[in-house]
Write a protein that binds this ligand. Structure first.
Ligand SMILES: [Zn+2]
Length: 397
């Protein structure tokens, strides 16, 4: 308890100290980072395997912050690893550096946007909300289904039902869209998020086309994707930004989709690793491999289902398995949310669940089309701030 108290009191003693924001240097390993900042490398080794591996997934867009005293001594560094967790390096009162994984404080709100088209959806959503992320999410959702350039006319209404995180009154992280609709010349196009996290049209047909397939035959998932999980035994926050498939060493690893190999090599955490960039911009990752298929190299073109390597236990791995990741830019997403689904269309209980979701969203759409509410505007959150671990209160400098 007490060891974090000083963090809370820190601002009071910080006359002469300064906060320096910086971006995570893409491609720099955590060890190199510590070296550059003249911090003890032991900090990295004090982390356990899972957290060490996590340092390889620090997004290159991560907004980090460093607190430096007037004597140029680093007091604290915050490095977000995703939108839920951050690494905190800090100097204790005994002048020793420590490192912890702590949560990022944000509040989640349910929001609804109603707006009318004046130019194009992207610009109008941005104008109404100030959120580039919501605007691009909306456009991405309807891409291929609705021709925004051709068919749309001024005055056409759109509604988005979503969850948005805020930090200190500003948008933080990606909005989670529950459902959205746009009316074009009186014809309605709507999408609904089902319990499986995927989007469907009113008839229950899959809206987004995902062509990815599992990277292992007869795959058995041993660990799922989570951005933040509290470990009740270890009393710490963990993240696992991919899925693990248990398999015997030497099991064939298959490319999840067509693409071009953009990394084929060794990394400390992930061991022998291949990354493949796909046509839709997503990048898939295959870690801990025993070895690569002969001839696979940086720049290789691969087809879906093509064998690329073999299951192993290289890097920070506790046993033979495939760690499989999927990235949108440098942000890890749940790979299972973009895998091709075996069945088409809902039946039975699943159908009833979908109808309930659709009915609820349709009600919201109808009400907003009638009341035409005006949206409160905010701005995207840029900086990271200091967090007290016990109270989870944010201290801004
Ligand atoms: Zn894993």
């Amino acid at each position: 308890m007490g060891r974090y108290l000083w963090l809370l009191l820190l601002p009071l003693f910080l006359f002469g100290s300064s906060v320096k924001p910086f971006k995570w240097n893409n491609g720099e390993s955590f060890l190199r980072f510590l070296e550059h900042k003249k911090l003890p490398l032991a900090l990295f080794y004090s982390l356990d395997k899972e957290d060490q591996q996590l340092t390889e997934d620090i997004p290159f867009t991560a907004n980090c912050q460093m607190l430096v005293s007037d004597k140029k001594i680093i007091q604290q560094i915050l490095i977000p690893v995703n939108d839920e967790l951050q690494l905190q390096i800090y100097l204790t009162s005994k002048k020793r550096y420590k490192i912890h994984v702590i949560p990022i404080v944000a509040e989640m709100y349910h929001e609804v946007l109603y707006t009318e088209i004046q130019t194009v959806p992207y610009d109008d959503i941005l104008k109404a909300t100030g959120s580039t992320r919501l605007a691009s999410r909306f456009v991405k959702m309807f891409k291929g289904r609705v021709n925004f350039k051709k068919d749309i006319k001024p005055g056409d209404p759109l509604v988005i039902v979503y969850e948005q995180k805020y930090r200190l009154g500003k948008y933080f992280s990606m909005p989670e869209v529950a459902g959205a609709m746009i009316e074009i010349g009186g014809k309605r196009y709507a999408v609904y998020k089902h319990t499986d996290g995927r989007y469907y049209d009113a008839k229950g047909a899959q809206f987004e086309k995902f062509l990815f397939k599992l990277p292992i035959r007869n795959a058995r998932m041993t660990s799922g994707f989570t951005k933040r999980r509290y470990h009740p035994v270890l009393h710490r926050y963990r993240a696992h930004v991919g899925v693990d498939f248990g398999a015997r060493p030497g099991t064939q690893i298959l490319a999840t989709g067509e693409g071009r190999v953009c990394f084929c090599g060794y990394s400390n955490g992930y061991g022998n690793t291949i990354k493949i960039r796909h046509a839709n911009g997503l990048v898939s990752l295959y870690a801990h491999q025993k070895g690569f298929k002969k001839g696979i190299h940086n720049g290789s073109k691969v087809k879906q289902g093509e064998m690329i390597g073999f299951v192993g236990s290289t890097g920070l791995s506790s046993g033979p398995h495939l760690h499989f990741g999927m990235y949108d830019g440098s942000t890890p997403i749940n790979p299972m949310s973009v895998m091709k689904k075996k069945t088409e269309g809902f039946t039975g209980k699943e159908y009833r669940q979908f109808v309930a979701i659709r009915t609820k969203l349709d009600k919201i759409f109808k009400e907003k089309l009638r009341t035409k509410p005006v949206k409160r505007k905010a701005f995207d959150f840029q900086n990271t701030y200091y967090v007290d671990k016990d109270t989870f209160k944010v201290k801004a400098f």
